[in-house]
Write a protein that binds this ligand. Sequence first.
Ligand code: AMP
Length: 547
Amino acid sequence: MDGLMMDYPLLISTILRRAERVFPEKEIVSRRGDGRIVRITYAELGRRVRRLMNVLVDLGVRPGDRVATFAWNSQRHLELYFAVPMVGAVLHTINIRLPREQIIYIVNHAEDRFVFVDRSLACLFGELQASPGLPSVKAYVMIDEGGAPEPATPPAPAFDYDELLAAASEQAVDPVFDENTAAGLCYTSATTGDPKGVLYSHRSTVLHSLANCMVDGGGMGERETALPVVPMFHVNAWGLPYSCALCGAKLVLPGSGFVGQPLAELIEAERVTCAAGVPTVWNLLYQHLQEKSYDLSSLKTILVGGSAAPRSMIENYAHDFGITVIHAWGMTETSPVGTVSRLKSTAAGWDHERQLELLLTQGLPVPGVEVKIVDAADIELPWDGVQAGELLVRGPWIARAYYNNPAAGGSFTADGWFRTGDIAAIEPLGYVRLTDRKKDLIKRKGEWISSVDMENAVLAHKGVLEAAVVARPDPVCVEVPVCLVVRKNPSATIPPEEILEILARKFAKWQLPKPEDILFVESLPKTSVGKLDKKVIRQTLASRTGG
Ligand code: AMP
């Protein structure tokens, strides 16, 4: 028997309509390229999005076309987030920090027909158009967020975003289509092989936005003032632009200012209550706050994900500023929010150390996401907090295939789960604790050593700013750990024995690196999304040793 509820399609237009009707007065604040702060309301956003929808149709954008963006966290980028999917096209947010070769690959693979590019970044497209050429791209539209000179090699033909918008009508009817229609395309940051495309639908985007607005999920709500520091070119800024509009939260967009000073200024001036980004960002902000003081009393929560939140980060922000760091896990393939670490009421009476152990895990699966762990033979493992296996996930905002990439089909099981490539144990209380990426584990003879656990242990040393642990091939042990350490004060000496002493508190003797495998370096290479680039670290070590 069929239920008798409305067949109401979950479209991105429903998010915008709610924002403009229910929260017409709430603000979207952006920091422009020239440092100027500009504001619009959700009512104005609605009007500008309708104009942009007309611009897109007049340019010749058809349903299903891929429309790329190459831009910072800006107001005009936000307008594209709505207008492109609302005309039935697919918003392809290109990561501006990818190597040139990967950008060429991605644009060609997605067959982008239009590219909306920030004027400060447009030069690259002029160069790529000259060689090797981007045959699918029909035209470029320049977004001007202030402060950028004319590009030396402009792409062509190119239109001006503001001129197009000024000439367009504000009248537009939101088309209605199947909620499973593709809405957004993001490519994985590919630490091995070519990037893979993940194609979000309207339905998955709306459901994911709802999960971000649950108190036990992302926790977004009308009373929040949100600052997404995670780039809008990386997994849709973790879905925050959509969830903020859905619940009417004030949204603060930092432009290209992803580092300490502009962030601290924005938090203070706009009374930000909740900010989100990768650990590197919060490390840099913390360093800046040691040098200059700001009024950060409005900031209650920092959402951290993308790589593990170190214990020191959670403790320092809580102790020095009264800010709760919430640890979350996700992937491009999971839209991205999969798990969020909030303390259960069950643990309310626990002592501080035990509570911290839970908060340091990647957290509980958010409602809508199911998780399990399996061994090498795909047999499900118990949730005993000890046994670790590959983490598999499923749910309405988890990818079921990669875009146009049948060769990558192995990531999806026949019975509908996605293989994350992450190794995890799950606590009896349901908290997922990642131990490593499958490919980053150190496989010493038959035993595994978690590089992430070892990094976190090293970070407990007061003089250590960053640490990376990678495998080095070894003729006897197969692989052994090498530990690279960046000191807070580069001229201070840290004897390797001190690092070993800290490690010995957590690791068995056979797991420890040799003293000569503790290396002090000036900095560590990062990927395009600010994570440790272990592939480059391994390559550099191999070329040093000739291995
Ligand atoms: P990306 O698709 O670029 O967002 O990368 C996803 C990967 O980042 C995951 O598979 C994890 O390996 C890693 N990751 C994401 N969040 C966390 C976290 N909270 N702790 C540890 N690793 C994480």
